[in-house]
Structure formats: C-alpha cells, structure tokens
Design a binder for this molecule. Structure first.
Ligand code: HEC
Ligand code: HEC
Length: 281
C-alpha cells in the first residue's frame, strides 16, 4: 500500500543530498540488516558524537531495530493505539499543537521513532514511558494503523509563505541548505522506505520546536540517519525556521489512505528499500 515510493526520485535527489550531509553514507535501504547494524554506530564514531547521546542508548536502539517483525497489522494496531488517543487523537489527528500529528505518517517512520524513544536516543520523558511497554511488533501494528488514517489539512501563515516556500522548494545552495522537498517530497508526504517523515499538515509549533532544538544541538542518536536534520537545522536562522514550519503545516497531500496513489510508479529495481518491515504491503 503505502510503501512503494518514487524510488528513482529518491535515488537521484535524496541520496546524493543525504550522502553529502553525513560523513558515513547512510544506506538507501535505511533499515540496516541485522548483520550490518552493529557496524553502523561504530563507523559513525568518527563524526564526533555529541556527548549527550550515550552509546548504551545507541546500542539499545540498534538491538530494537534488529528484532525481526512482521509488517504491521492495522486492526491489531487500532486496539493498541487506544493508549495514544489522549494526546495524539484516536485517528492520529491531535488537537493540541504540542502533540505531533500521526495520521498518515508512515509505519516505518513511526516505528523508528518509537524505537528512538524506547532506547533513549530521542529523549522525551512522556514518550519514553509510552514506548517502554511496546514490543517491536506492537510498534509496527500501531504504525500501520496511524499510516492508514487521514490527516486533517492545516493552514500556513500568509506572511511567511514566500520565505517558507523558497526554503522548502529550493533550499539555499549558497549556504549548503538543501531543499526540504528533496527528501520530504514536493507535497510534504515524506518517503516511507527511506524513513523521511510526512511534514504536510504537521503542527507548525511542533515542527518549529524540533527544528530549533536541532539548531541548538539536539540529536536523535548517533547513527548517520540521525545526523541529517541537525546538520540542516544548524544552517537555518530563527526566522527561516518559523517560516518553513508554518509553510509545511499548510501543505496538502493527494489522496489518502494509502498515500501512494499520486506517486510515481514504483520501480522494480528497488534495493530492498522497504525490507524487512514493508515488503508485504
Ligand atoms: C501524554 C501525552 C502523550 C501520549 C499519551 C502519547 N504521546 Fe506520543 N508524543 C507526545 C509528545 C509530547 C511528543 C513529542 C515529543 C518530542 O517533542 O520529541 C510525542 C511524539 C510521538 C511520536 C513522534 C512523532 C514524530 O513526528 O516524530 C510518535 C511516533 C508518538 N508520539 C507515538 C505515540 C504512540 C504510539 C503512543 C501510544 C502508545 C503515544 N505516542 C502516546 C505525547 C504523547
Ligand atoms: C537529506 C534528506 C532530508 C532533507 C533535505 C530534509 N530532511 Fe527533514 N528529515 C529527514 C530525516 C531522515 C528525518 C528523520 C530524522 C530521524 O529519524 O532521526 C527528518 C525529520 C524532519 C522533521 C521531524 C518531523 C517529525 O514528525 O518529527 C522535520 C520537522 C523536518 N525533517 C524538517 C525539514 C525541513 C524544514 C527541511 C528543509 C529545510 C528538511 N527537513 C530537509 C531528512 C531530510
């Protein structure tokens, strides 16, 4: 369903950018095979990991990622997601901007973040507690449920559209700021196989908080994937962060659920981009 992506686009645009941004090249497959997962953190040690990201947490994250799990079952996920409704909304549309929208977010991205919270590489006290009892299979089921929900469209602030749009569509090559859409997609729907999140409709306040925190030194781990956003956000000014945050909230994506209808035909030469989590869907 939602996992066949415009791979050609990804390979042509997103991969070169990702390579340029992080010293140890992230694998396009994004999800390291169990055998490879132990070597990834080791090779990133040379990128001077921030002291706050403990290597024990990073190891715990790699271990969670290596646990085999079946593609998520949205029905099972719906029941397990009841615990999330108070903050994220029953259908993943949260009404309070401090709680991110999960509706339409990809299973792979949700799973990765729950593993980041549970291991502690992404530090948030509330979510650490919520993720602690979840098994990797629970995470996949919950992710599959939210991925099927329809996100409510948001609205951008008129005053910041021009600057926000410029950054989102063109970036600022002079300062090595890549266009956000190179990874997050022209309509902000993200790229599930690569675990680039959907940004369309996400609360501007939440987006702004994350970008500012990355700008100020936050990381979500020491793996190469987690270095991408800090590297970019460090190059943005406060005004730019505010503008692009508002802009992405106003982006609308094409038909849901499934999130795939409007995307380019999926190439068959996909280098296992959705394995092991998404292959059956
Ligand atoms: C008491 C409120 C609360 C509850 C209940 C809660 N969350 Fe969260 N959740 C948050 C907050 C706050 C954040 C933002 C954390 C941050 O700033 O890094 C968050 C972030 C997330 C994210 C990251 C989203 C993104 O876009 O990066 C995921 C995934 C998530 N929650 C899933 C869940 C799931 C699944 C459950 C139920 C098992 C749940 N949450 C229950 C408050 C809550
Ligand atoms: C090279 C690919 C790439 C580019 C370009 C890129 N991003 Fe990201 N973005 C990512 C990845 C990967 C993540 C998930 C990080 C993680 O899991 O550690 C992410 C996550 C995010 C998040 C967190 C969303 C959430 O739900 O928590 C925001 C906000 C974001 N990006 C905004 C931007 C903006 C704004 C730009 C342009 C200035 C941009 N990104 C450019 C790859 C990219």
């Amino acid at each position: 369903m939602g996992f066949r992506r415009p791979l050609a686009f990804f390979l042509l645009i997103a991969v070169p950018i990702a390579l340029a941004l992080s010293a140890p090249p992230p694998k396009p497959a994004a999800k390291p095979a169990p055998a490879a997962s132990s070597s990834a953190p080791a090779s990133s040690a040379s990128t001077a990991a921030p002291a706050s990201a403990s290597s024990a947490a990073q190891e715990a994250f790699a271990e969670l990622e290596a646990v085999p799990a079946k593609p998520g079952d949205p029905k099972a996920g719906q029941a397990k997601a009841a615990a999330c409704a108070a903050c994220h909304g029953m259908d993943g549309n949260s009404t309070d901007a401090q709680y991110p929208e999960l509706a339409g977010q990809s299973e792979q991205y949700i799973v990765t973040q729950l593993m980041r919270f549970k291991s502690g590489v992404r530090s948030n006290a509330i979510m650490a507690g919520m993720a602690a009892p979840l098994s990797p299979q629970d995470m996949h089921d919950i992710g599959a449920y939210f991925a099927e929900q329809k996100p409510l469209p948001g609205v951008a602030d008129e005053a910041s559209v021009e600057l926000g749009q410029k950054l989102f569509r063109e970036g600022d090559p002079a300062r090595d700021v890549p266009a956000c859409m190179a990874c997050h997609g022209p309509d902000g729907r993200g790229n599930p196989g690569a675990r680039y999140p959907q940004l369309a409709g996400q609360h501007a306040d939440y987006v702004q908080k994350q970008l500012q925190a990355w700008h100020d030194g936050q990381t979500w781990g020491t793996d190469p994937h987690a270095q991408i956003m800090p590297t970019i956000a460090q190059r943005l000014s406060e005004a730019e962060i505010a503008a692009v945050s508002s802009y992405v909230e106003g982006l609308h994506t094409a038909p849901y659920p499934g999130n795939a209808a409007a995307s380019a035909p999926a190439p068959s030469a996909a280098p296992a981009s959705s394995a092991p989590a998404g292959s059956g869907r």
